[in-house]
Design a protein around this ligand. Structure first.
Ligand SMILES: *[C@@H]1O[C@H](CO)[C@@H](O)[C@H](O)[C@H]1NC(C)=O
Ligand SMILES: *[C@@H]1O[C@H](CO)[C@@H](O)[C@H](O)[C@H]1NC(C)=O
Ligand SMILES: *[C@@H]1O[C@H](CO)[C@@H](O)[C@H](O)[C@H]1NC(C)=O
Length: 207
């Protein structure tokens, strides 16, 4: 009887621990929800992110770190900061890496809630399904946001990165477009002051 009780108690303890033990401790002030993993022995290692100087970062397939702005574990989503456009240029800081590239073998992809703005594009980009009109929101970014001022007067476009598009990269390249930024859950009437800068990344849940 006592043996049985002990068995039940230890199994119960194991079940409770399994759900709490596995999640990683905080990174600075940020909670690291399961399955995200910052070290070898917590989380699920396929969902690796990094805690550098108390800030959470996401590593791309090309070795670039992007700051994680927020995490929504119930929706399996996190938002990273778009790369900076280098001062007095129209180059994104990840231009030499070809933009944002995710490893297709990992359980992360770019969600269908991102509106991407591209800058300093060449004319051949016009053939693709982008909005490059003078009404494109990229014009507002160039004119009113300091970071976009180096792109003023270049050909720019925006598009919703929906499920019809490659969900593992946002491509920039010399000779195509050389800079980009991105808004999460943008709707056409949102005024510039309320734009939510970020790139939303989704993960498929562990089985
Ligand atoms: C381009 O985007 C602007 C701003 O969202 C919108 O008003 C306009 O209708 C779009 N034009 C095309 C051709 O999609
Ligand atoms: C990303 O992955 C999720 C989960 O595997 C999937 O449901 C979703 O359709 C994918 N998103 C895109 C834009 O491909
Ligand atoms: C725009 O891109 C071209 C190459 O595609 C580059 O030579 C030029 O310097 C870029 N312009 C700015 C303002 O960065």
């Amino acid at each position: 009887m006592i043996a049985l009780l002990l068995f039940v108690l230890t199994s119960l303890g194991f079940v409770i621990n399994a759900s709490t033990l596995n999640s990683c401790s905080n990174c600075g002030d940020s909670v690291v929800p399961y399955p995200l993993s910052t070290t070898e022995n917590c989380g699920d290692k396929r969902y690796q992110i990094y805690c550098n100087d108390d800030e959470l970062e996401f590593l791309s397939a090309t070795g670039t770190y992007y700051k994680i702005l927020r995490i929504d574990p119930s929706a399996n989503r996190l938002v990273i900061s778009p790369p900076l456009i280098l001062k007095n240029t129209c180059y994104s800081s990840d231009l030499s890496m070809g933009g944002l590239v995710l490893d297709e073998n990992l359980p992360f992809n770019i969600s269908a809630q991102n509106t991407v703005m591209l800058f300093n594009c060449s004319n051949n980009i016009l053939q693709s399904p982008l909005n490059c009109t003078s009404n494109s929101i990229c014009r507002q970014f160039e004119k009113k946001v300091e970071e976009g001022s180096g792109c003023m007067g270049t050909l720019c476009c925006h598009y919703l990165k929906d499920s019809a598009m490659n969900s593992h990269r946002i491509r920039v390249k010399v000779g195509s477009c050389t800079a980009y930024t991105c808004l999460v859950r943008f709707t056409p009437d949102d005024p510039l002051e309320t734009w939510n800068y970020g790139i939303e990344i989704q993960w498929s849940p562990p089985n």
